[in-house]
Ligand binder design. Sequence first.
Ligand code: EPU
Length: 434
Amino acid sequence: MEALAIEGPTPLRGEIEVAGAKNSVSKLLTASMLTAEPCRFSNVPAIGDMEITKRICQALGAHCTAGAAKQLDVQTPRISVAAVPESLAVKNRLSVMMLAPLLHRHGRAVVPAAGGDRIGPRPVDFHLEGYRRMGARVETLDDVYYLESDGLKGADIALPYPSVTATENLLMAATLARGRTFIRNAAIEPEVVDLALFLQKMGAIIDYHADRTFIVEGVSTLVGATHDVMPDRLVAASLGAAAIASHGDLFVRGARQSDMLTFLNALRRIGGGFEVQSDGIRFYRDGALRSIAVETTVHPGFMTDWQPPFALLLTQADGMSVVHETVFEDRFVYVHELQKMGADIEIYDTCLGGQTCRFAASGHRHSAVIRGPVTLKGAEIDIPDLRAGFTYLIAAILASGRSVIRGVEELDRGYEQIDESLRALGAQIERIDA
Ligand code: EPU
């Protein structure tokens, strides 16, 4: 086990390039397996999750060749194995995304229940129901999903909630299904749209309407295509929050305003400084921060992955802020460790500061009241999930004294060489044995 030792407080200053999006590249790789032809990706991030995804694809027959300058070629001449190896499935949430290439090109899929962040139960019932409606036979036994199909057919599917991966999964399935598929109440996150754009390059016919409906006209075959992976808007926002919280000044090269509209609005409301430039966004501290009430929701709302770093930023704002999490019921698991560092955060099982959400009577503590500004102090902390992990890093950079953050492999899943990058920006950080 490795840990990061950090000595604070230090402001983060300089320039950093945001990598390709974790939640985009993994689906793009999966989509490439819908054809036997070669696909080429650029701006591929060097993160742990990417390695796991590559290994899952390779286990099913993909040939992956890394090229210069963050390029990756993927070609899957044949899919001759139906099962995603369990040892890989537990590591992230990608195994269930393999259903479309497996069913279209092999007729059978054996997929163990997915792993990934511990931020809620994270079921895949919408995915499986969608496949059922498209004519697949679906069985679940001992946490393994068994699916079979002699050709998926178009269907009218209404998702109970606009799930990102369920929408992506069914989009991939629909491209090669017989006839037309409607995916209603779909997620329209930029990562989902990016996947739809890639599928269109491969030959798919996909429309989407303002009422969150995707309409996919099935085609008989898909071809190879090239694609530039979109920048990671979650990493960009985390870096922005880190710059402002640490009284720094950071240019995040590659950050795109169009993907971060709601985040930038929230920053403006609390008095965080930013300046949109043609090739990125500069984030800086612009005086005292103000409190706010913010609610996470599906795109185009304030995204749940922005919530932990933004909540940390609010510990530095004047007055009482309220954060209502409506996407994942257990997303505040990170709060306990921040309290140890001196953050004044209380979590409640009621819906505070916004609409009543589907977790209202669930007993899950999904609203937070944050009082600031507080001076954080260094502590020894464990990382529960990826976004929380980065939030602890920011907290440790702000805090006075030494912090030790354990569970670094979780961070490596989503952030490229995080310790080296932050050191180049002025953080006093080193990797140690835990
Ligand atoms: N849900 C169900 N049943 C389903 C699918 C989802 O009940 O079959 C529920 C979930 O339990 C949750 C809600 O629907 O309450 C939304 O979940 P969604 O399916 O949208 O999340 P996801 O697709 O599992 C992706 C990202 C997450 C990101 C969310 C929301 C990937 C691999 N993961 O998760 O990213 O937070 O969308 O934008 O794309 C991260 O990068 O750290 C991360 C957690």
